[in-house]
Design a protein around this ligand. Sequence first.
Ligand code: ADP
Ligand code: MG
Length: 319
Amino acid sequence: EHVARLIAAGEVVSRPLDVVRELVDNALDAGATRIEVDLDGGGLTLVQVRDNGGGIPAAFVELAPLRHATSKLAPDTGAALHVTTLGFRGEALWAAAQAGELQLVTRPAAQVGACELLACGDEVQVGRTSAPAGTTVTVRRLFARLPARLRTQAPPATEAREVTALLGRYVLHWPGLHWRLCVDGEVRLTHAPADHRGAVASVYGPLNANRVLAVAQAGVRGVVSRPELTRPRRDRMHFSVNGRPVQAPPELERAVIEGYGELLPAGAAPLCVLDLTVGPDEHNPNVHPAKQVVALADLGGVAAAVRAAVQGALSRHPL
Ligand code: ADP
Ligand code: MG
């Protein structure tokens, strides 16, 4: 039973990157406008995410690390509110407490004092403290009780690089927030509220930012690079679906490239950041536990819209 639980937790969070993504999703769901992430020892020593979002009211703090505890289901139908929230399974904090040591300090703005929760395995303690409005979640010693999991982890520098790339994707898709990432105490990425172009500047530098064009069509918003700013790999093509950064289906990457027509050299790929908005029934975020893979009901239709949006952006700007 105990071992089964540890294994199940290890499926929800299999590496520090998963913890970062789940905690950042929670901060976004809480309506934060400032999100700060700390990563020590590749996340195995510490992952910390601080936000200034809505916080958890004192009465509910104890529930947060329970399995399947979520405040994001419609109370009447139990249907996931996943149109507007990134989380809805109620497993992330639970898994973090099982796989490591979870500390949560939280205060809704209207509440006088803050609550502190410590959870390690199934041991949970709650106390009072003082803190700014918002939530700070810290996960320490991830996988210390799961030696088999610990052995298969990437070297800290590799994990830190991937977390930096992940945070870069959040910045690109949520450019209106304050973001900050520190790795072993050193600032790796900062961003102050801006538009998509500003986000490209934060992640890829001002030179790249000067060479992107706005894409603004219903359901497809963001930026694409001018044709000269291309490279042979598709590693700078970024998509989100309803706010969630996703691993793009190859069809969407191809649609962007087709939108350039003859303007792109064969085999080249542009830099792009495209935020797609689809109806609640049009996609299923559930196909992969890490939720980065989306299933779009009408992939062909979305691809056509993307192609047209890119064509539109390029034709509006004389090159
Ligand atoms: P889920 O996001 O699927 O609901 P989690 O385990 O990630 O499940 O979180 C459990 C619950 O704890 C959330 O539903 C939410 O009510 C609360 N919570 C977690 N993180 C935060 C946060 N940063 N700010 C406010 N509430 C939070
Ligand atoms: Mg969550």
